[in-house]
Design a protein. Structure first.
Ligand SMILES: Cc1cc2nc3c(=O)[nH]c(=O)nc-3n(C[C@H](O)[C@H](O)[C@H](O)COP(=O)(O)O)c2cc1C
Length: 190
């Protein structure tokens, strides 16, 4: 049931070494494209960086450099460690992709497009979950490092996230530990 998948899906950032095939990635992206989108803009764009590919290595290095320049910790060893971690996580992910949203002709459409693309990512994550594949959605270092033009994104695309994808090495938050507020804390019934 969709409801079970919605509840059981968890962010995953540690993976086994098992490969995620291109055909599986295609299936995930196709699932993403079934997200609702107003005015049929289909605003999502996906950039997949092959595991052993030159572009993956290039992006990992850009993220390393960005992290080294921007981590707040003044200790050079800590900076080096954070930067190496950020780089290695990108290199190690069995699959790794960026998701962008194209802008509309005005702010209203741009916002709709961004919302639709976020729905697309959730579709992708739920489809992945149904296939035993885990996804970690990040808007952190891999996005802040501004890799857009290096990977072929148009300069005016809005970044929605970087997705680390693979078969979970372990369940990061056990279902019993995953918490959400009760419905009545977040709902006004009037
Ligand atoms: C827009 C967005 C950005 C996120 N960025 C990050 C991130 O940069 N780093 C990270 O570790 N997790 C990130 N996450 C994952 C959330 O931290 C995660 O969804 C949250 O902890 C709840 O866990 P769950 O996905 O297992 O329910 C992001 C999630 C969303 C929706």
């Amino acid at each position: 049931m969709v409801l079970d998948a919605i509840r059981a899906r968890r962010t995953t950032r540690e993976f086994t070494d098992a490969e995620v095939s291109d055909s599986d990635l295609e299936l995930l992206i196709e699932a993403a494209t079934w997200a609702p989108n107003h005015r049929a803009t289909e605003p999502w764009r996906f950039i997949v960086l092959a595991r052993e590919g030159e572009m993956r290595r290039k992006v990992a290095q850009i993220v390393y450099d960005w992290t080294y320049e921007n981590v707040k910790n003044p200790n050079p060893e800590r900076r080096e460690a954070s930067s190496t971690d950020a780089k290695q996580e990108i290199l190690d992910a069995p699959a790794f992709m960026y998701v962008y949203s194209v802008q509309g002709n005005n702010d209203e459409v741009t916002q709709e497009n961004y919302a639709a693309t976020a729905c697309a990512v959730q579709n992708l994550m739920l489809a992945a979950h149904s296939m035993g594949i885990g996804v970690g959605w990040s808007t952190g270092r891999p996005c802040l490092a501004n890799v857009g033009t290096a990977i072929g994104a148009e300069p005016d695309w809005d970044i929605v996230g970087a997705l680390y994808i693979g078969y979970p090495a372990k369940i990061q938050h056990r279902q019993s530990e995953a918490q959400r507020k009760p419905v009545n804390d977040v709902t006004i019934w009037s």
